[in-house]
Design a protein around this ligand. Structure first.
Ligand code: ZN
Ligand code: ZN
Length: 890
């Protein structure tokens, strides 16, 4: 069976048994900032298991894209050397939400592995939690002898999401490769030892969510227990295809051939470089899928992980002999081998190429910069007479510059230095601890307990505000600081829940509505509307007058002018999204969006700034659609149908099975739950006010529509009129007049500068004559208070022209900082007195920061009080610089 066939056989089997086939969610978990990556098949269903979300099905099956970069065995260092570990992998799973339980889950697993996959039953070993008789008898019911089933403790066979929440026993299926595969050599070799022996391979983990763990550790049986299972595709493929490692399956072999071609290796060279091939194949898959899901290289969070993966891949490619960039070719290879299962990849391929290509280029520059920094570290160690580079420095070189430690080690050795390995390992462990903390699966269930409790008692709110701004409803609940109350009086901050509401709760970038809720004798001014858990709308506000009580009828009225502004901006956002893809290309997908009454903000993937011409075309294209008065329609349909008709889905949104599709005539079609105008003409006018960068690969456009756009244009007009008035010219002549003024100002500045230099000139001939000498080098120091870098450089140049061989330190102190320029004649440089070396000594003595070339160095900062003493002691400074050089030669 090929991997493609395994995926399909798995999904089809569970579909036959009443499961809904759900597409893989993004690697970026939707609405869960506490989790770095989707790391298991159950992640997209977390809220369903927590009882916070309902789906139209109770059985589901998926092939889920997953990423793991830390954990028991998943540190990056393991990927490559180990035949089984990956960062990116695919997880096959079946799920029951309060439907079937242990007996069926176990029967499905057995039928599928032995029946559909054809694995001989005597090759499989089962584990259950010691004491879980229900699981034990479920296996026994399939004809498996009870004494063959291995009973394990909670360390291996109990699953928890966090400290609280759903948890339960597990049952695992292990594949037995036979005694010849044993690597532990123990006579009692077996699954029960859990010692990582190569003979036993865990292939499927069945989790039975049976309890709800309360804070303090008490476990309460769940009223509707569930099932969550996970089976790594790469592993099961290696078992079914009868190959020794995951990398020998057809998921990786075609990729290895691509890599061999990229590196130009012979078969023998390829065999020698197995680890590098595994790293490139694994990391190539990870970077391709991450970029496709909208992650771009960055210095923190998900982008940081991507950057580390890319850099590690480059290092292994270099080590395997690559001289030219390899990553764009590598990601192309991944796209071509995986596009069958993930058609999205083909669409995003050009964007992926560009992102990894740009990052590879940047890393080359990083390597160059890192070498410079390493030179400094080595020179510093020499000067201080130490032979070991500090572990913290080496780690920083790695962490900040991305400079590989093995390269640091090599370069250091060439200079007869070692690196502090223990210090480096300790520092790296500390950093890993930090990143691991970021990935901990924290549940915010506790905070949402009040809302979940409401949902559990059947409270829900119907949104009726797509067409109406007013509605009648009933107050179902009032919340004050997380507590349910029966009434609230004037002045109270309160959250109001009604059965029906025209208030739009913040979602999909569109801000929540404001307005008023009136009861018989109470008025609540609503400042925000939120949906903290699915199906529950919470109006937040303050009781303005009277009293509101649970059970009363209420009339709910949205601030309509504000909402109309929001609707204009939302429809304009869809037009902009479409126009971006038309003008910049298909990669310009949405990365984030804010739809407020007074403006809209749209973040999208694009590697370069948007040029002024592109910006003008975007604005014109959107306004064309506005003038065409295109009708805006919405319809509800099945998710699969919507995507099939080409509706744009956002990569980080979570969609249910039925979705709302917003169509703007033939022009745009997006999945969207927001509120929109009836025709684009209502937008009135669309203006882009700014374009900027928000991290590598993501650009941001801010824009206005409707009233905001008109007010903005009006304001600009007024500004221009006022400017023309000040300049005393007609509006049409403003640019020319300003150009003239700028030219005039530049000429005057130059004149002032020249005059200042003349005035500041001290008697240079006298200074040179009195200057001391060090080893035949004249040392000239000049303090020129108030002079800036340019003036100091001009001063230095004049001294240099009068000096046959020497160094000049020109400095000033003003505004609490020092400015300093160091120059050295060619003769002085030849004798070892390079300006850069002297600057380095000055940096230490003055506290300045600076550097430069042998002939010229510049710096600034430091403590002005130190300047005069150091200038008076310049010969010592030069001597120290010469000594450091001599040291370096030795
Ligand atoms: Zn063994
Ligand atoms: Zn929308």
């Amino acid at each position: 069976m090929r991997a493609d066939e395994i995926r399909e056989a798995f999904l089809a089997y569970f579909e036959r048994h009443g499961h809904t086939r759900v597409p893989s969610a993004s690697l970026v978990p939707a609405g869960d900032p506490t989790l770095l990556f989707t790391n298991a098949g159950m992640v997209p269903f977390k809220d369903v298991f927590l009882g916070l979300e309902r789906r139209p099905y109770r059985r589901a099956t998926t092939v889920q894209k997953c990423m793991r970069v830390s954990g028991k065995h998943n540190d990056l260092e393991n990927v490559g050397p180990s035949p089984r570990h990956h960062t990116f992998f695919e997880m096959l799973g079946n799920f029951s939400f309060g439907d079937y339980f242990k007996r069926d889950a176990i029967r499905f697993a057995w039928e599928l592995t032995t029946g559909v996959f054809g694995i001989p039953p005597d090759r499989l070993t089962q584990t259950v939690l010691d004491g879980d008789d229900e699981a034990l008898s479920a296996w026994a019911a399939l004809g498996i002898q009870q004494d063959r089933i291995v009973r394990m403790g909670e360390a291996t066979n109990f699953w928890m999401m966090g400290d609280v929440g759903p948890c339960g026993p597990t049952s695992e299926l292990h594949y037995d490769s036979g005694p010849a595969a044993c690597t532990c050599g123990r006579p009692d070799c077996g699954v029960a030892l859990d010692n990582g022996c190569g003979r036993w391979l865990e292939i499927w983990n069945l989790v039975f969510m049976q309890f709800d763990q309360a804070p303090g550790g008490t476990r309460i049986p769940l009223p509707q227990p569930g099932v969550d299972t996970g089976m790594g595709l790469e592993r099961i493929a290696s078992v079914i295809q009868g190959v020794p490692s995951n990398y020998d399956t057809d998921l990786f072999l075609p990729l290895f051939l691509h890599i061999q071609r990229l590196l130009g290796h012979s078969d023998a060279e390829r065999a020698e470089q197995t680890v590098a091939y595994r790293v490139l194949a694994d990391h190539g898959r990870a970077m391709t899928f991450l970029t496709s899901d909208g992650v771009v290289p960055d210095n923190e969070g998900r982008g940081y992980v991507l950057r580390m993966i890319i850099r590690r891949a480059i290092r292994f490619a270099r080590r395997a002999g690559a001289r030219d960039p390899v990553l764009p070719g590598l990601t192309d290879a991944v796209v071509s081998t995986m596009r069958g299962a993930y058609p999205d990849l083909a669409t995003h391929a050009p964007f992926i190429r560009e992102v990894v290509g740009a990052e590879e280029e940047r890393f080359q520059q990083t390597l160059d910069a890192g070498l410079g920094r390493l030179d400094d570290l080595i020179a510093d160690a020499r000067r201080r007479g130490v032979t070991v580079l500090s572990g913290v420095d080496v780690f920083r070189l790695y962490d900040t510059y991305g400079f590989p430690p093995d390269l640091t080690r090599d370069v250091a050795r060439e200079h007869g230095l070692e690196i502090d390995e223990a210090g480096f390992t300790a520092e790296r462990a500390r950093a890993q601890e930090r990143s691991r903390a970021a990935e901990t699966f924290q549940s915010d269930a506790k905070e949402r307990a009040a809302y979940a409790a409401l949902r559990e008692t059947g409270t829900s709110s119907e949104f009726v505000g797509y067409d109406a701004f007013e509605a009648q409803g009933r107050v179902l609940a009032l919340l004050r600081a997380g507590n349910q109350v029966a009434s609230a009086a004037a002045g109270d901050e309160v959250e109001v829940v009604c059965d029906r509401t025209p208030f739009y709760a913040e979602a999909g970038g569109q801000v929540g509505d404001t307005g008023e809720i009136r009861t018989r004798d109470g008025v609540v001014a609503i400042a925000d509307t939120q949906r903290p858990v699915p199906g529950l709308v919470v109006h937040r506000g303050r009781v303005a007058a009277g009293m509101v009580r649970v059970g009363e009828t209420a009339s709910l009225r949205v601030d309509a002018p504000r909402r109309r502004d929001i609707m204009r901006n939302h429809t304009a956002t869809h037009l902009l999204h479409r126009a971006l893809r038309e003008i910049l290309g298909d990669h310009a997908r949405q990365a984030g969006s804010l739809v407020a009454p007074d403006r809209l903000r749209f973040d999208f993937f694009h590697l370069k700034p948007v040029s002024p011409e592109e910006r003008a075309r975007l604005e014109a294209r959107v306004n064309e659609q506005v003038l065409a008065a295109l009708p805006v329609r919405t319809e509800i349909m099945a998710y699969r149908d919507a995507v099939a008709t080409g509706a744009m889905a956002l990569f980080d949104e979570k969609y249910g099975d039925t979705v709302r599709v917003v169509t703007i005539d033939e022009y745009s079609r997006e999945l969207c739950g927001g509120t929109h105008v009836g025709t684009t003409a209502e937008i009135g006018l669309f203006l882009i006010t700014s374009e900027s960068s928000v991290g590598s690969g993501i650009r941001r456009i801010e824009a206005l529509s409707g009233r905001g756009a008109v007010a903005h244009a009006r304001g600009r007009e007024e500004l221009l009129r006022e400017t023309a008035g000040v300049l005393r010219v007609p509006v049409s002549e403003v640019p020319e007049r300003v150009r003239q003024l700028v030219q005039r100002a530049r000429a005057l500045e130059a004149e002032v500068e020249a005059a200042r230099t003349r005035a500041a000139a001290p008697d240079l001939d006298a200074i040179i004559q009195q200057a001391p000498e060090v080893d035949g080098i004249t040392v000239v120091g000049i303090n020129s208070p108030g002079a800036d870098q340019a003036a100091l450089r001009a001063l230095g140049d004049r001294v240099k022209s009068k000096l046959p061989s020497g160094v000049i330190v020109a400095a000033s102190a003003s505004n609490g900082r020092i400015e300093v320029v160091v120059m050295a004649t060619a003769g002085a440089v030849a004798r070892g007195a390079a300006a850069r070396k002297i600057m380095a000594v000055l940096n230490r003595r003055l506290g300045t920061r600076g550097g430069g070339r042998p002939e010229l160095a510049q710096g600034g900062g430091g403590d002005p009080a130190l300047l005069e003493p150091v200038l008076n002691d310049l010969p010592a400074v030069v001597r120290e610089a010469l000594a450091a050089v001599a040291d370096g030669r030795r």
